[in-house]
Design a binder for this molecule. Structure first.
Ligand SMILES: [Zn+2]
Length: 411
């Protein structure tokens, strides 16, 4: 059976009809609608002869055995956010079915090919993203916190999982699934504006950004807005304001797609007649290179000390969260680059701002690469999310070429 990328687009529309409404996709993990999507996928894969299994974390696997147990994995997620888009996550699952169909037809496979539909990538209902992939990667370390999580209706996460056959206490048993994995491939919509701005359909993803998140507290002195001369003020907001502008230069100087965001400033006392006494500022910095990320953080800290001195105020830093950059596999990046150039002439290499299941699999030591297809207007997690059908078809072709190159190398 030759590859039929148009069929992928038609099947994505079928899934949208089956599991969406006027507000968008409603495939929230651990719900009936999500289960209906999994059932639909089961039906789609049946004709390939791939064997289905559900692991201890609820991930849905389809395996086409080959001459060796070593496996090429193609992975995505059918779950969506509420009122989500029609492509986020499910594109790769449905495109992966098309690749399975083609390789199943070809007969004897040198190595095993597995399609995985990760459980609860979005964390939309309980606020914990990458549930299934982090369990399989063995990096899930927050089971005690997970036990306490409730959704908006007060349902506990372990109860929601149990209703779908998953026992939180044994979710980490899913680890065994990656033992035989030799490569992991994931196609995803970009969810950002870069490829569209370059007028390119496809890009090779180099890895996922490292992230540094901090809370910065500036302390000055509250004083009357009418009686305090300008040169006698210790204005905490002035420090936050200077830093909010400085981080633009810090990101620009670092280059390589660096981004810095001052996501909010809370001022106290926060009244119109007082100089600001404390300003609590949130800062998010991201870079693909760990050294550059550390340098950006050091620069921001040094700038904050300078601004504090200039404004006669104090400044303190507190880390909220951080993660190292995750770099994808050099060889697979090369295959992905070739695959894209074969179907679309030009390949662009870019980092991923959002985290994906691929980051968890890569962290577990499995050679990994991702392929991005252009998102229109950079929109995602909304029903407005869209990609041109001709670009979706190119993406299916590129994924297939990437899988072919990866199989040839391992076989
Ligand atoms: Zn996604």
């Amino acid at each position: 059976m030759p590859l039929d990328p148009k069929r992928t687009v038609a099947e994505l529309k079928e899934l949208r009809e089956l599991t969406g409404d006027d507000d968008g996709a409603q495939r929230i993990a651990w719900t009936d609608t999500w289960e209906r999507a999994r059932e639909w996928l089961r039906g789609l894969v049946a004709s390939t002869g791939a064997v289905e299994s559900i692991d201890a974390a609820g991930n849905q696997w389809f395996t086409l055995p080959g001459g060796s147990e070593r496996a090429v994995l193609i992975g995505g997620h059918l779950d969506s956010v509420p009122n989500g888009g029609w492509l986020d996550g499910c594109l790769n699952v449905v495109a992966g079915v098309e690749v399975l169909r083609r390789v199943a037809e070809e007969g004897a496979l040198p190595v095993t090919v597995r399609l995985v539909n990760w459980a609860d990538e979005e964390g939309a209902r309980f606020g914990r993203s990458l549930f299934g992939s982090s369990a399989a990667a063995g990096s899930m370390a927050d089971q005690d916190e997970l036990r306490q999580l409730t959704d908006r209706d007060g349902t506990l996460l372990p109860d929601a999982l149990a209703a779908h056959g998953v026992d939180l206490d044994s979710a980490l048993d899913a680890r065994g699934e990656l033992d035989s994995a030799a490569a992991y491939l994931e196609l995803h919509i970009e969810q950002g504006p870069v490829l569209e701005s370059l007028a390119l359909p496809l890009g090779v993803v180099l890895g996922t950004f490292g992230v540094e998140r901090h809370r910065i507290t500036w302390r000055g002195q509250a004083a009357h807005a009418g009686s305090t001369p300008m040169d006698k003020r210790r204005d905490a907001l002035a420090g936050a304001a200077k830093l909010a502008l400085e981080i633009r230069d810090i990101a620009r100087r670092a280059g390589g797609g660096a981004v810095c965001t001052s996501g909010g400033v809370v001022c106290r006392p926060g009244i119109v007649t007082s100089v600001v006494e404390t300003a609590e500022q949130l800062l998010d910095q991201r870079h693909l290179d760990a050294g550059q990320l550390a340098a950006m953080l050091a620069e921001a800290k040094a700038s904050s000390e300078r601004f504090a001195a200039e404004e006669s105020i104090d400044v303190g830093w507190e880390r909220i969260w951080s993660i190292e950059p995750i770099l994808f596999d050099e060889t697979l990046i090369g295959f992905c680059d070739e695959a894209i150039r074969e179907v679309a002439e030009t390949a662009h290499r870019l980092p991923s701002g959002p985290l994906h299941d691929a980051a968890e699999v890569s962290r577990a030591g499995v050679p990994t690469v991702m392929l991005f297809v252009q998102s229109l207007r950079g929109l995602s997690h909304t029903k407005l999310e869209d990609t041109r059908p001709e670009h979706l078809e190119l993406a299916v072709q590129a994924l297939d070429r990437l899988a072919t190159k990866t199989l040839a190398k391992l076989g």
